[in-house]
Design a protein around this ligand. Structure first.
Ligand code: DC
Length: 224
């Protein structure tokens, strides 16, 4: 395998891509880029500062003037915004529901995209999100599109949030996931779509380990 490959993974919310990407990065000794965490971090700051969610220039200015760091830890990715640990706060449902206001604005995507390209400038990463294969790392060495049924994805989110001690309702989560699919796929700027050169993996019924093994085999086949 090339010493500093870029592996890009896209897919809808709950397709398992965060956990898979993180484990894949660990197994291949690469850094993990959780691109959604960057959108969440920007949303956190915007909400904290009470910025109008429809004011594109003001939202882009927030992104321009903040610093986001993703640090690896045994417990997962630690997300720092201007040095403040916001790892937990960015997973709250109220914040999750508002990320779409930023994600649909070109000026915001430009700023957050610059953070992501900087993270990957020397390669050696597994980047995961909605537009990693189609926009940000179009020249990635290997691309994947991970998918799963809405029911499976809602159940996974349910288990994940319950594991973090959050009180959640399965039907409500399924509605939220369907709504996020709509906003991720139907927005005009960088909508979620399958890159023509991405390997498609339906993870319904597969364990995380199964998926990681499928991806590793594909990476080895493509990078030698
Ligand atoms: O992967 P996630 O659930 O943490 O992502 C949160 C939101 O961020 C998601 O609903 C859409 C947005 N996002 C995006 O627009 N582009 C990305 N590359 C990653 C996430």
């Amino acid at each position: 395998m090339k010493s500093a490959p870029v592996i890009a993974i896209d897919g809808p919310a709950g397709s398992g891509k965060s956990t898979v990407a993180r484990k894949l990065a660990q197994r291949l000794s690469l850094r993990y880029l959780d691109s959604g965490a960057m959108y969440r971090a920007a949303t956190w700051k915007v909400l904290r500062d009470g910025v109008d969610l429809n004011d594109e220039a003001a939202l882009a200015a927030v992104v321009e003037n903040m610093r986001v760091e993703l640090l690896e830890s045994a417990a997962g990715v630690v997300v720092l915004a201007d040095g403040i640990d916001i790892s937990k706060a960015i997973r709250e449902p109220e914040l999750t529901a508002r990320v779409k206001y930023l994600a649909r604005m070109p000026a915001v995507r430009k700023g957050v995209g610059a953070w992501q390209r900087k993270f990957g400038e020397n390669g050696g990463i597994v980047a995961e999100g909605r537009d990693m294969t189609t926009v940000i790392f179009q020249d990635a060495d290997v691309k994947f599109y991970l998918d799963a049924s809405v029911e499976t994805r809602a159940r996974r989110r349910f288990d994940e949030l319950q594991g973090c001690g959050q009180d959640v309702d399965l039907d409500e989560l399924q509605r939220e996931i369907s709504e996020r699919d709509r906003s991720d796929c139907e927005r005009e700027t960088a909508p979620l779509r399958r890159a023509h050169d991405a390997v498609y993996v339906d993870t319904t019924g597969l364990t995380i380990e199964d998926v990681v093994n499928i991806l590793i085999a594909a990476v080895e086949a493509r990078t030698g």
